[in-house]
Design a binder for this molecule. Sequence first.
Ligand code: Z5A
Ligand code: MG
Length: 219
Amino acid sequence: MDTPSHRGLFVVFEGLDRSGKSTQSARLVRNLKDQGHQVRHISFPDRTTPIGQMINSYLKGQSQQEDHVIHLLFSANRWEAAESISHDIASGTTIVCDRYYYSGCVYSAAKENPSLSLEWARRPEEGLPRPDVCLFLDISPEKAAERGGFGHERYEQSEMQKRVRELFLRLRSSPDENDFVTVDAGQPADVVEKEVLQIVVKTRESIDAHRSSLRSVHA
Ligand code: Z5A
Ligand code: MG
């Protein structure tokens, strides 16, 4: 009998502000740990590094950055974690990641700077570790705004959120981003949690099945 793959999964949560990414990524970490998996929970921006501190200051409105510059800082903040993500996955740890390069692309492109298109924004992200699945927590900007804590940081304005959602939908339809799975994030948190776990279990099964079929071809 084939043994399952021992590499970890790379699971990313994406979505509008207040779509529930932090809530659901924490619940997924707990559920996977309860099942006996080794799991690391990360989030971007990682505000703990020197680059992350520059991003934090920008998001809080305490400093200004030119649009391309802040875009590249967000990207650099992912690149500084890239090697440790790849290493952990290869050694069997599942990474659950709260926002990744998809946020990087859509928030920058939503500024409508004529020289910062979605395509331009995607380029510095090329070559980063590729997620096995990107769970897109889909919610309307109106419903998200009803949730707690909205309105404190730079991008938390309704026009911006509408453009961000349109761009997420555009990115999702791109053949290059075929790892997107959409979850209705307007449902109660417990329902979203169950759907998320089912999707992650299915992703693990399809990776193991693919590995088994490759093995039988080469056996
Ligand atoms: N940004 C960027 O521009 N470029 C990049 O490359 C990256 C990010 C990576 C900060 O991100 C900003 O950085 C962000 C994008 C930009 N823009 N803004 N503004 P962040 O991830 O640090 O943002 P945050 O402060 O953590 O907020 P958030 O991530 O937007 O929220 P969330 O994690 O999606 O939601 P939550 O904290 O889990 O839940 C929000 C509230 O809703 C809370 O009170 C929950 O109890 C409640 N909640 C959650 N789920 C539900 C359900 N199902 N029903 C009802 N209520 C719920
Ligand atoms: Mg969050």
